[in-house]
Design a protein. Structure first.
Length: 318
């Protein structure tokens, strides 16, 4: 159902682009705008992972990390990828108190996943697995490609709208219509953004569903989302506020005051996501629920563990 919804929304966005293109500059103007948008987003597609990881100061981590929590995070993520039949992603850690995570990379063979120190501190081990399974689902679904195509078309629509400011649409008699040009300039990008955000929300629901299957229990992701939503609003994500265009990457909207479910939200309402996950858990036979992954790296027998955020008291999993 979510795949069908994404297809319909992409078709609507394409139809919007074609309509605005012909109104503003005919076939030539539409072609120019599309070529420029493709070039811009093509660069982003091949380099977005490097750019976004650098922007958030994400550092690569592996199973030799001195902190047991981080070791378990890495080992469990790699084990989940193996369980899902995916290539091993690169694993990163962001020094950020806001509990959050994202996936990036143009395809499963060039994927990277990143979690914040806030997420590792707040969630228990099973809940972290649920979050990372969600991120791996984005990789498996090729959502980066879907959103790149969406951004290409939306960018072309915005460019055509800018053309409308200089090239007012003309009627069948060749007369200029500046009012129509202003309306296109204002409304076309708005409509494109609404469709783009709707696609983003539909991909989140799909990643929740597939991520729950990878983790083996939808309830662990539901619990994680509830905790993250509750605490994420109280922690300012400075890097996300500086570049809000990356907000759609995160599992929970990282921007302050963006918790409401509306036309311009990149994420569905968390309560709706949690309800769907618990509904999915109710319909999943116990035989299909898989136990926790046993990862080789583990917590030391005792004592606090020191991580990239300083001293951390031992929790229930290390």
């Amino acid at each position: 159902m979510n795949h069908l919804k994404t297809f319909v929304l992409l078709a609507a966005l394409t139809a919007l682009f074609v309509g605005v293109g012909y109104l503003v500059g005919g076939a030539v103007g539409m072609g120019i705008a599309f070529a420029i948008a493709v070039a811009m987003n093509g660069f982003a597609y091949w380099n977005a992972d490097k750019l976004v990881l650098k922007h958030y100061g994400a550092q690569p981590v592996d199973v030799s990390h001195p902190n047991a929590v981080v070791r378990n995070y890495v080992a469990d993520t790699l084990a989940l990828a193996e369980r899902a039949g995916m290539p091993a992603p690169r694993v990163f850690l962001m020094e950020n108190p806001q509990p959050n995570a994202f996936a990036t990379g143009r395809d499963p063979h060039h994927a990277a996943v990143a979690a914040t120190t806030g997420l590792l501190q707040m969630l228990d081990r099973d809940e972290i697995r649920g979050v990372m399974a969600h991120e791996l689902a984005h990789v498996q679904n090729s959502d980066t490609l879907t959103m790149t195509v969406t951004a290409t078309i939306a960018g072309a629509v915005a460019m055509l709208a800018n053309f409308a400011f200089f090239l007012s649409p003309r009627d069948e008699n060749g007369n200029s219509n500046p009012i129509a040009g202003i309306l296109i300039m204002l409304l076309a990008p708005l409509a494109a953004s609404v469709v783009q955000m709707a696609i983003s929300r539909s991909r989140e629901y799909e990643a929740d569903r597939i991520g729950a299957a990878i983790a083996g229990d939808p309830r662990v992701l539901a619990r994680a989302l509830e905790k993250m939503e509750r605490f994420a609003r109280g922690e300012l994500n400075v890097a996300a506020e500086q570049n809000p265009a990356t907000a759609h990457l995160f599992i929970i909207n990282p921007l302050a005051g963006k918790g409401a479910d509306n036309l311009f939200s990149t994420h569905p309402n968390t309560r709706n996501r949690v309800a769907k996950l618990y509904e999915l858990a109710g319909g999943m036979p116990d035989s299909e629920r898989r136990g926790p992954i046993v990862a080789t790296p583990g917590a030391p027998a005792g004592g606090p563990t020191a991580g990239p955020w300083g001293q951390r008291e031992r929790g229930p999993w290390g």
